[in-house]
Design a protein around this ligand. Sequence first.
Ligand SMILES: *[C@@H]1O[C@H](CO)[C@@H](O)[C@H](O)[C@H]1NC(C)=O
Ligand SMILES: *[C@@H]1O[C@H](CO)[C@@H](O)[C@H](O)[C@H]1NC(C)=O
Ligand SMILES: *[C@@H]1O[C@H](CO)[C@@H](O)[C@H](O)[C@H]1NC(C)=O
Ligand SMILES: *[C@@H]1O[C@H](CO)[C@@H](O)[C@H](O)[C@H]1NC(C)=O
Length: 363
Amino acid sequence: MRSKRSTTTNEDETRANEMASPTASAASAATSASHYQVPSLTSTLGLFSVVVLVCSFRIFDKRMILPYANAIQNTDMDLENAYGHSAALCAIQKDGLRYIDEWVIYNLAIGFETIYLYDNSEHNELAPWHDQLPQSTKERVVIRHFPSFRAQRPAYTLCWEDIRNRKAHSWIAFFDLDEFLVIKDRTKYPQLMDLLDSLSLEYGGLAVNWVMFGFNGQTTYEPKPVTLRFQKRDANATNPLVKTIVRAQITPNVRSAHFVKYNASETMRTRDTNGKIVGGARNEDLPNDVAALYHIHTYSFGEFKERCGRGDVAKKKSEWNMVLACKPNQTILEEINYNETVYDPACWELLKERAPEYVAKFI
Ligand SMILES: *[C@@H]1O[C@H](CO)[C@@H](O)[C@H](O)[C@H]1NC(C)=O
Ligand SMILES: *[C@@H]1O[C@H](CO)[C@@H](O)[C@H](O)[C@H]1NC(C)=O
Ligand SMILES: *[C@@H]1O[C@H](CO)[C@@H](O)[C@H](O)[C@H]1NC(C)=O
Ligand SMILES: *[C@@H]1O[C@H](CO)[C@@H](O)[C@H](O)[C@H]1NC(C)=O
């Protein structure tokens, strides 16, 4: 049952993506691949991979791993004084222990000040993981056990309300454990806040498009970082679906994993990096020259198939036969058939530059 991109509504996407999981959007990939898999065309991609390579190499500078090193530029001063001048990341996970170290290290390295992790596992599997983190990491990662069914939107809403009430951060991103934000020009925007500070007050949120990575010809799990394992993508891997980074002071209204709604009295809107308003889960313009959200969509074929037995918080067992990961191998391979010819190691290059001790364990 493949919906044509042009006829899929935002509400469809809301349903298709109301999944909390680890592997979260990974799991949602299982069900949503049939909706979104067709990679869309863009004419800027050839240029873009060159830009990525050029910008990937920058001498390691200690200052760059400090998230608040950069001065306020052109955002409203009252606003910045009222809300902590920093970005937070809210996420919900289940069964993600294999992948979480890399993802946390990456997100702290690009400039999120604090990561709020809602743990959808039954027994709070993140608690012992959190206990053993180095102190400097531990204090920037907050764990909240949240074992309910269909928990993604409620978790995002609670996370947002808490941050807003405390005025703890000025921006909030809602990403999954298989999503890695890539800022293309790291000379211009060394840290995430440098990019967010450059946005005018017409921005209530910034929408970033997905860039999809598939199996990369791999059949089984390996205990290595996913940004090392999956570095090849389709020439046209940018996907119309977006994820949103919102200003914390907007009235919380999480419509789906992908987008937020604004109430009538609010003048700000979610926009893309070109300033165009993005009203829903999709942005068919596919901008990727300033920032993109690299989505390690499937992992290896074996890991993808593991999602079948595991299920997730958004699907009852009786619905598992609807999940792509539970279908015959041939069906899966027909549905997810990216032509992965372009080498694009942007995420791994960032880790090499900013987390050399972590990277050294794998090279
Ligand atoms: C990617 O998109 C461009 C621009 O639309 C198109 O010219 C090119 O043929 C596409 N490449 C592939 C491999 O599909
Ligand atoms: C709409 O937003 C304004 C400004 O943030 C806020 O004061 C108001 O309470 C919101 N209204 C609703 C119904 O959420
Ligand atoms: C499907 O793929 C899995 C994982 O690679 C493999 O173990 C299994 O044997 C395959 N099943 C068939 C029927 O080929
Ligand atoms: C895959 O992509 C390469 C380079 O972008 C292109 O030359 C080739 O024709 C593509 N193959 C298919 C099956 O689309």
